[in-house]
Design a protein. Structure first.
Length: 186
């Protein structure tokens, strides 16, 4: 496992923690105290794979990232490719959009969580966001139609502040379950 290390515009790919520490001492004015050395070694020897930001002082940081690439050029190429393309392929987005718009008339159960703006009692003009769950059963033609009807209802209610934050139809805070056709229309 190699370690990518970056301090401002200086960067390197070290093959071990000692090379990373040498890079830091040579290319910067960082004073490596025992606490910082211990943090770097602990991170390098752990199974943690996410990037880690190390605080040098109140305003200075350096970043370390564990990687399996062998050269700095490979690392840059790999990270550049990750930013060019989204994590969801276009065909997945199209399939999701088709599923949301698929005509399936009947009853739906919709559940969404949103951040509701609530004024505070003690100080006029101030407010707080309150996590609120809303659940409803309704007739709709598709998941998209279900979502739009729920949003229209919530926006039209006078007791819900327009500054409230509502989830996207594709987000994890909105769920719709098809319950079936209305009785007599099956």
């Amino acid at each position: 496992m190699n370690i990518y290390i970056r301090y401002f515009d200086k960067e390197a790919l070290a093959q071990n923690v000692d090379e990373a520490l040498q890079f830091l001492t040579v290319t910067s004015r960082i004073k490596l105290d025992d606490t910082l050395l211990s943090e770097v070694r602990t991170y390098a020897e752990s199974n943690v794979m996410y990037p880690k930001r190390f605080k040098i002082n109140q305003h200075l940081y350096f970043i370390m990232i564990k990687t399996t690439v062998e050269t700095l050029e490979e690392f840059k190429e790999k990270s550049a490719g990750a930013t060019k393309f989204s994590s969801t392929p276009d065909w997945d987005k199209d399939a999701l959009q088709r599923a949301l718009n698929q005509e399936k008339p009947g009853w739906y159960r919709a559940v969404l969580s949103f951040k509701r703006v609530v004024p505070t009692q003690e100080n006029a003009g101030k407010f707080q966001y309150l996590d609120t769950e809303f659940e409803v059963r309704l007739k709709a033609h598709s998941v998209q139609d279900c979502y739009e009807r729920v949003m229209d209802h919530l926006h039209a209610r006078g007791d819900i502040d327009p500054r409230s934050q509502f989830p996207s139809i594709k987000g994890r805070n909105f769920r719709a379950e098809y319950l079936g056709m209305p009785r007599g229309q099956e």
